[in-house]
Design a protein around this ligand. Sequence first.
Ligand SMILES: [Zn+2]
Ligand SMILES: [Zn+2]
Length: 275
Amino acid sequence: MLPYHTLQEAQVALGRELSLAETLWFKYSANKSDFVLHCHNTLFLCLFYSIFSIPLVLIELSGYEKLNKHKIQPRVKRSFTEMFKCYKDVMQTFVIAVSPLQIISYPTIKWIGIRTDLSLPSVWEFFWQILVYFVIEDFSHYWMHRMLHCKWAYEKIHKVHHEYTTPIGLSAPYAHWAEIIILGIPSFLGPALVPGHITIYWLWFILRQLEAVENHSGYDFPWSPTKYIPFYGGPAYHDYHHYVGGKSQSNFALVFTYCDYIYRTHKVTFVILND
Ligand SMILES: [Zn+2]
Ligand SMILES: [Zn+2]
């Protein structure tokens, strides 16, 4: 919660006019506790997971040839009932595992110093900080994901996520509740090591959702902006990991592929022939 009651009070305290973004942030956050702002993350998680997945569901159901020709494993078609079941299961896991985790992690958020004040980060700060979060998560996620492929962890936990040998956008967070918690650690590590403003924290988790949904989309669209990101794995790369399933000992990378190259777990990726 901001320590000012009015915009004028804030301007006097800062000794300058507020920018438009700061004014909007004041109007939105002034009367909300830091706990409520922190809990927005769960709301954004459910909201953006749904928003990013809807177009993919519509493409799958429409059977529209111009888009469906980019499907990575075209033989498998999903019905509305199947996709809705996946959505329902994921939402259940969000309620059972993610929401309580968000609530109990609040003291940690305060302790590491995620701030909610009026000094909003610049565009460059957003960019660099989120890039650092991606790199930190990528490295730690690689090893945790690889660990989940050992016999015990795979059978007890990771097998659930691999039920989808042909992933769909909705199946991105489809996993055992324990996996959601385990792989939540690498996502949280970046903000913990390099804490910033809560708006960066929100945007980070929103972009992670977008990336996860795209990676599990089952479509390799040639016009996707992520094609221009160096070392970006993409959907075809992760699709192969799911296609091989339990025996998979390759393509563990989440976003960038450099860990797979360095630790020699890089294998082939799907290539769409009917361009
Ligand atoms: Zn896996
Ligand atoms: Zn996956």
